[in-house]
Design a protein around this ligand. Structure first.
Ligand code: EAX
Length: 323
C-alpha cells in the first residue's frame, strides 16, 4: 500500500532529518521572465512555502508564458492541470465578474491608493468571490500602472492616440475606455504580442514599465508615453485541487507566503518605475513625460457613464474615495 510505503520510508529514514516527508512539486506560471516582477514575487512565494512546509512543497517555474497566455493559464488552474498562476487581471473578469471594477481606467490616483484598496476591505472582499468559480485567490500581487508605446508618434493627448491600432488585453473594461481615446483596440494574448509589434500587425500596445522592460519592447517600439492610464492589478491564483488537500496550518503558510510575494513583487515594480525608464531611453525609446492626463480623463467620460451603469456609481466612488 502506498501509505504504508511512505510510513516505512519515514521509519527507515527517520534519522536523516526531514527525509520522511513526501515532496509535491507545484507548477507555477507567469507571462514574463524569472528576473521580472512576476518572477521575483513567485520566487518569494515558492521559497516561503518550501520553508514553511519543511520542504513538503516546492515549485517548478514556467516563466515567459511557457504555459500559454494568461487566460489559458487561469483555465488550467481551474481545471487543476496547472497549480499556480501569477497573472494580471486582464482576462480574470471573464471568470470572476466582481474583479472588473478594479480595471477601470484612471480609477486609482497612484500606487499607494491602489495598494491600499487591494489590501483593504474592498480588495479582500473581491478575493472571496473566487472559490465559487473554482479558483483560490491567495493575494493581490501587482503588474503596475500601464503606459502606451507605439511605432508611429509621441502621445501627449488622446488625439495623438486616435487612429492607432493598439493591442489590448482581452478585457472589455479596458477596450471600452480606450475607444474613447480614439484608439482601435485589438485584443490579443500576451505571447503573440512581440511578434505582432515586430511585424506591424498592430502599431502599439500598453503595459507597465516592468513588462516593457522584461519583454524588450524597446526592440520593436520607438515611442513610450507615460500615460499611466490604468492600474493593472495582479493575482496569485491557486488550484482548488491543491488547496482542498492542504491542512489548515499549510493553508496559512500558503496565504502568508502569498502576502510576502506581493510585497516583493510591488517592490520590484517600484524599482523598475524608478530605474527602468532611463534604461528604456538608453535602449533607444523616445519617452514622453508631459502627458495631458486631464484630457485623457475628459475623453473617458462617456465610458464612465457605462461603468457607472455596470458597476454602480457608488461602488466606483467608494474606491475613488479611499485615502
Ligand atoms: O501580466 O497581457 C498583458 O499585457 C499583461 O500585462 C502581461 O502579460 C503581464
Amino acid at each position: 500500500m502506498k501509505l504504508g510505503h511512505i510510513a516505512a520510508a519515514c521509519l527507515s529514514l527517520a534519522l536523516s532529518a526531514g527525509a520522511c516527508a513526501q515532496t509535491t512539486t507545484l507548477k507555477i506560471g507567469y507571462a514574463t521572465s524569472k528576473e521580472s516582477h512576476y518572477g521575483v514575487g513567485s520566487t518569494v512565494f515558492c521559497d516561503e512555502v518550501e520553508k514553511g512546509t519543511q520542504g513538503r512543497f516546492k515549485c517548478q517555474h514556467f516563466a515567459n508564458s511557457a504555459l500559454g497566455g494568461e487566460r489559458d493559464q487561469i483555465e488550467a488552474v481551474q481545471l487543476g492541470t496547472q497549480d499556480l498562476v501569477n497573472t494580471s487581471t486582464g482576462p480574470v473578469g471573464n471568470f470572476v465578474p466582481e474583479v472588473k471594477i478594479v480595471d477601470i481606467p484612471f480609477l486609482f490616483r497612484d500606487y499607494d491608493h491602489a495598494r491600499k484598496v487591494m489590501d483593504g476591505p474592498i480588495g479582500q472582499d473581491i478575493l472571496t468571490k473566487f472559490p465559487s468559480k473554482g479558483i483560490i485567490a491567495l493575494a493581490w500581487t501587482e503588474n503596475g500602472f500601464r503606459h502606451m508605446t507605439n511605432s508611429k508618434r509621441d502621445i501627449v493627448k488622446p488625439s495623438d492616440a486616435a487612429g492607432l491600432k493598439m493591442r489590448t488585453m482581452e478585457n472589455k473594461v479596458h477596450m471600452d475606455g480606450y475607444r474613447t481615446f480614439g484608439i482601435l483596440p485589438t485584443p490579443m494574448a500576451f505571447p503573440e504580442l512581440f511578434g505582432a509589434l515586430q511585424q506591424g500587425t498592430v502599431d502599439g500596445q500598453e503595459n507597465p514599465i516592468p513588462v516593457i522592460l522584461s519583454s524588450k519592447f524597446s526592440q520593436v517600439q520607438k515611442h513610450l508615453s507615460l500615460t499611466g492610464h490604468v492600474y493593472s492589478p495582479a493575482l496569485l491564483l491557486l488550484s482548488p485541487k491543491v488547496w482542498n488537500k492542504l491542512s489548515d496550518a499549510d493553508k496559512k503558510v500558503f496565504v502568508d507566503a502569498a502576502k510576502k510575494a506581493a510585497l516583493a513583487q510591488r517592490k520590484k515594480v517600484n524599482d523598475d518605475e524608478n530605474n527602468g525608464i532611463a534604461q528604456l531611453e538608453k535602449d533607444g525609446m523616445k519617452v514622453t513625460r508631459t502627458v495631458d492626463g486631464a484630457a485623457f480623463r475628459e475623453a473617458l467620460k462617456p465610458a464612465y457613464a457605462g461603468y457607472a451603469k455596470e458597476f454602480g456609481a457608488d461602488n466606483i466612488k467608494k474606491i475613488a474615495d479611499v485615502r
